[in-house]
Design a protein around this ligand. Structure first.
Ligand SMILES: *Cc1c(COP(=O)(O)O)cnc(C)c1O
Length: 225
C-alpha cells in the first residue's frame, strides 16, 4: 500500500471516530512515527502534508534530522536518557515521554542554555503494566506541580501507551482515565501547565483513543506499511 492511501484511510478513520464522539477532526494531529523508515519515504510523507514527525531514539532522530526537508516539527516520543537531552534540545518541538524529575531538570538545564522553552508531556502509565514507562496516575498531579516550577519547560498535557494486547473495553478505560487525570490537573490551574494535548493512540488503537479525546495520535506502521 502507498503512504498516500494509508494516510487517506487513517484520516477517514479519524473522521469516523470523531463523529462517533461528537468531535471535530481538526482537533486531532497525526504524528508520523518514522522509526526504521528511511529519509526518502519520510520526505514523501512530508510532501503529503504530514508536518509532525516522531522518533523514539535520539540517535535515529539525529541521523535523519538534516535529511528531511520542509517545515517539519520533530517530537521525541520514546524513553529519553538524561545524558542525551543535550543533543536534541534545539531540534525537537516537544518531548512526549517525561517521567522523572531528573529528566525534567536536565531539560531545564539544556533549554536554559539555548534560551528555549520546551513543550513537554508527562508520560503516565495508566495500565500499570510493568514493562511500560511512565509515572503512576496517583503521582501525576504532584509531578506536574514539581515540573511547573521550571522556567524553560511548559507542560502541555499527558501521554500514555496502552498494552499491545489490550481489548477494546480496556483501551477505552485506559484512554478515558488519562483524560480524567488531565481534567484533574487542569482544574488546579498551575503556572506553565496546560492540559490541551493528549498524546494517545498508535496504529492498533488510535480510533479508540480518538473517541476518548486524544489530540495527538502517534502512527508508524499504519502509515508506512
Ligand atoms: C513506535 C511507536 C509508536 C507507533 O507505533 P505503531 O504501532 O507503529 O503505530 C507510537 N508511540 C511510540 C512511543 C512508539 O515507540
Amino acid at each position: 500500500m502507498s503512504i498516500e492511501s494509508n494516510l487517506a484511510q487513517i484520516k477517514q478513520n479519524i473522521s469516523a471516530a470523531c463523529s462517533r464522539a461528537g468531535r471535530d477532526p481538526s482537533e486531532v494531529t497525526i504524528l508520523a512515527v518514522t522509526k526504521t523508515i528511511d529519509a526518502d519515504r519520510i520526505n514523501h510523507a512530508v510532501s503529503l502534508g504530514l508536518t509532525d514527525l516522531g522518533e523514539n531514539r535520539v540517535q535515529e532522530l539525529l541521523s535523519k534530522y538534516e535529511l528531511i526537508h520542509g517545515d517539519v516539527r520533530w517530537h521525541l516520543i520514546g524513553h529519553l536518557q538524561t545524558n542525551k537531552v543535550k543533543y536534541i534540545a534545539d531540534k525537537v518541538c516537544m518531548i512526549h515521554s517525561v517521567e522523572s524529575i531528573s529528566l525534567a531538570k536536565e531539560i531545564e538545564k539544556q533549554c536554559a542554555k539555548i534560551d528555549k522553552v520546551m513543550d513537554i508531556l508527562i508520560e503516565v502509565n495508566v495500565s500499570g503494566e510493568e514493562s511500560k514507562s511512565g509515572i503512576t496516575p496517583a503521582e501525576a498531579l504532584a509531578f506536574a506541580e514539581e515540573v511547573s516550577k521550571f522556567e524553560h519547560i511548559r507542560v502541555k498535557g499527558l501521554m500514555t501507551m496502552a498494552p499491545f494486547d489490550a481489548k477494546n473495553d480496556e483501551l477505552h478505560q485506559i484512554f478515558s482515565n488519562l483524560y480524567k487525570i488531565s481534567v484533574d490537573i487542569s482544574s488546579k490551574k498551575l503556572d506553565n501547565v496546560s492540559m490541551g494535548c493528549l498524546s494517545m493512540g498508535m496504529t492498533g488503537d488510535y480510533e479508540v483513543a480518538v473517541e476518548e479525546k486524544s489530540t495527538i495520535v502517534r502512527i508508524g506502521t499504519g502509515l508506512f506499511k
